[in-house]
Design a protein around this ligand. Structure first.
Ligand code: NAI
Ligand code: MG
Length: 367
């Protein structure tokens, strides 16, 4: 079985950071025998410029077939005045919707060398490695009824939290599968004390656990207490699974425990395909950063760590993913910094390609 990968660099710094990832993919092919069948295509403004739409049908079809999609970023001032239907973001939204990517994975990982950039104390965050799994396609952002109505002479804003058993079941499975590839521990967060959807959430997560994942350690926590625990002692967690709304908040909190936007990878997973692998889209959390695009300033690490996630969660190459993460850790420990990581420190930052060179050298040294 050949491993297939679709690369969509996109706009702004997307192509710049993706160029570094491509060199790393080639390195794994040459030195570790990981032969990927890689294809590259357009998304976002880059696709609009050529096809008049932010994602061509042929690209969409290709994304449905491959083992993993790796995306850079989309958008930029050049496209700000386009009609809503063809805005670059619509390309990304179409991918997420048509691939039905219901589990959004946001790791919060703290490299020792950057621990002092955190707003929390060094020993609270140093070595942190947790994963938030947020349900992405249902819940209060989608539930009906919704809207603003008139009632008793005033306006009422309405949104509905709504989860079916199958929606909870499938995201719980994603979380348990991930936990088995990590620290084997899941904490499920809801508000079963005040919300019926939370009661059902807790019941279904427990049922999936007892039936199919009894080997994984499961705990339940109210989401507000979870927010407190994330700030107090985040290392108690491995995988956190939660709904769309709580996940939106908790994943942003967790991300900021660890520093720069240029460091944050993500993944969105869907249902298992015929080969047992989940549909998967990997992408950095950051956008196209038009303020620094084309200047060689972008930090490629978020995109490189997104590829490391693909190695672990789509290609069953956990050891090679660790090798890549250790290489990133090594260059940071050696003081190699792109401009976004300089902050209070002095010294000369490296370029995007300079960071790529350093990581490749660290990979080479790992052999
Ligand atoms: P942004 O994430 O592009 O940039 C925010 C700030 O962080 C900027 O100062 C930027 O220079 C810096 N930054 C971001 N990534 C960096 C990296 N890898 N290395 C160094 N510095 C980095 O968010 P912003 O400015 O709100 O949006 C810019 C464009 O990107 C917009 O068109 C927006 O719609 C789009 N966008 C796309 C996303 C995606 O493709 N998933 C996500 C967020 C925004
Ligand atoms: Mg958010």
């Amino acid at each position: 079985m050949t491993d297939t990968l679709l690369i969509l660099p996109g706009d702004g710094i997307g192509p710049e950071v993706m160029a570094e990832v491509s060199r790393i993919i080639d390195w794994f092919g040459d030195k570790r025998g990981l032969k990927f069948d890689v294809s590259e295509d357009l998304v976002g403004g880059a696709a609009y410029d050529v096809h008049g739409v932010p994602l061509a049908d042929a690209t969409m079809a290709k994304a449905q077939e491959v083992d993993a999609v790796l995306l850079g970023a989309v958008g930029g001032p050049k496209y700000d005045n386009l009609d809503f239907s063809v805005k670059p973001e619509r390309g990304l939204l179409r991918l997420r919707k048509e691939m039905d990517l219901f589990a959004n994975l946001r790791p919060a990982q703290c490299f020792d060398a950057l621990a002092d950039f955190s707003s929390l104390k060094r020993d609270v965050v140093a070595g942190l490695d947790i994963m938030i799994v947020r349900e992405l396609t249902s819940g209060i952002y989608f539930g009906e009824p919704r809207g603003i109505i008139e009632e008793n002479g005033e306006r009422v804003g309405i949104n509905t939290q709504r989860y079916t058993e199958s929606e909870i079941d499938r995201v719980a499975r994603s979380a348990f599968e991930l936990a088995r590839k990590r620290g084997n521990k899941v904490c499920s967060m809801e508000k079963a004390n005040v919300m019926e959807s939370g009661i059902l959430w807790r019941e279904v997560v427990q049922r999936v656990h007892d039936a199919d994942y009894p080997d994984v350690e499961l705990s339940h926590m109210y989401a507000d207490a979870g927010g407190m625990q994330l700030c107090r002692w985040p290392k108690q967690f491995d995988v956190i699974v939660t709904d769309n709304l709580f996940g939106d908040l908790l994943s942003d909190v967790a991300a900021m425990l660890t520093g720069s936007l240029g460091m944050l990878p993500s993944a969105s997973l869907g249902a298992p395909m015929a080969n047992g692998r989940p549909k998967a889209l990997y992408e950095p959390v950051h956008g196209s950063a038009p303020d620094i695009a084309g200047q060689g300033k972008a930090n490629p690490i978020a995109c490189i760590l997104s590829f490391a996630m693909a190695l672990r969660y789509s290609f069953d190459q956990g050891d090679e993913a660790t090798r890549l993460e250790k290489a990133v850790e090594k260059v940071l420990a050696d003081g190699v910094r792109t401009a976004d990581l300089m902050q209070a420190e002095g010294g000369t930052p490296v370029t995007t390609a300079g960071m790529g060179d350093a990581i490749l050298a660290a990979l080479e040294a790992s052999l």
